[in-house]
Design a binder for this molecule. Structure first.
Ligand SMILES: Nc1ncnc2c1ncn2[C@@H]1O[C@H](COP(=O)(O)OP(=O)(O)OP(=O)(O)O)[C@@H](O)[C@H]1O
Ligand SMILES: [Mg+2]
Length: 228
């Protein structure tokens, strides 16, 4: 089977005036289709940097990255955005919902940009909201939803494009522990029932425990790769 993600000798150097920060210092690993992977490690170890590379939000300084068989490390601009739209779904710690828009509209938004007709858009957005247990809150705006409910809407929004890979950086970082469990159960169900490859960054070991595999970063290096 072909890896969903194949990263080799990836480095990322940030320049801060005269100072160079080696955020990634030569990282290599594969992730197979359908895996559920957690990335852990101390603050500043390069987790978000790595996620930004995996998510095609930024490009590495050196190294290669094949996403679903396609070399993407050297893509720029629109080509990179296209890969993101076709293959990836994103969930963030701070939900990143639009203020004042009802849940249904939030989830429809990515499809509006891609020109999906209205009726089809509604249909798919409803299905996605039902999958995350928000079928009865479709008209609620973010201010009328709890943190956990807002994160569910964000997950639904990430799902409507039928991504091959779902990327989440600290998705439970702003949630209490009971709500975190509910969100992790949704990720687990999406992984098991729909076969979506999931990669998430977390500080919390009990969140990482939902993954099948745990990668540990330290000082820009992958220092441990273990089955859970
Ligand atoms: N845009 C940037 N410009 C300059 N340096 C950066 C930038 N982004 C990250 N860094 C540096 O790169 C290193 C890795 O940062 P990164 O955000 O990947 O860490 P992290 O593991 O996600 O940490 P945290 O757990 O606190 O979120 C840090 O030393 C950070 O200061
Ligand atoms: Mg981070």
């Amino acid at each position: 089977m072909r890896p969903m993600i194949a990263i080799r000798d990836m480095t990322k150097v940030y320049h801060m005036g005269d100072i160079e920060v080696g955020a990634l210092q030569g990282v290599s690993f594969d992730i197979m289709p359908g895996e559920f992977v957690a990335i852990i490690g101390p603050s500043g170890s390069g987790k978000s940097t790595l996620m930004n590379m995996i998510g095609c939000l930024d490009v590495p300084t050196a190294g290669s990255y094949a996403l679903d068989g396609e070399e993407v490390a050297s893509l720029v601009g629109d080509d990179l955005s296209l890969v993101r739209a076709r293959k990836l779904g994103f969930v963030f710690q701070q939900y990143m919902l639009l203020p004042r828009q009802p849940a249904l509209r939030q989830v429809e938004m990515p499809m509006i940009y891609r020109g999906v007709p209205t009726v089809e858009r509604h249909r798919r957005a409803k299905i996605a909201l039902e999958i995350v247990g928000m079928g009865n809150r479709m008209d609620h705006k973010p201010t009328e939803l709890s943190g956990g409910q807002q994160q569910r809407v964000a997950i639904a929004r990430a799902l409507v494009g039928s991504p091959a890979v779902l990327l989440a950086d600290e998705p439970t970082g702003a949630l209490d522990s009971k709500t975190s469990v509910e969100i992790m159960q949704i990720f687990q169900r999406l992984n098991r029932e729909q076969g979506i490859t999931i990669i998430l960054v977390t500080h919390e070991l009990d969140v990482a425990a939902y993954a099948q595999r745990i990668l540990t970063m330290r000082d820009g290096l992958l220092v441990e790769d273990r089955r859970n």
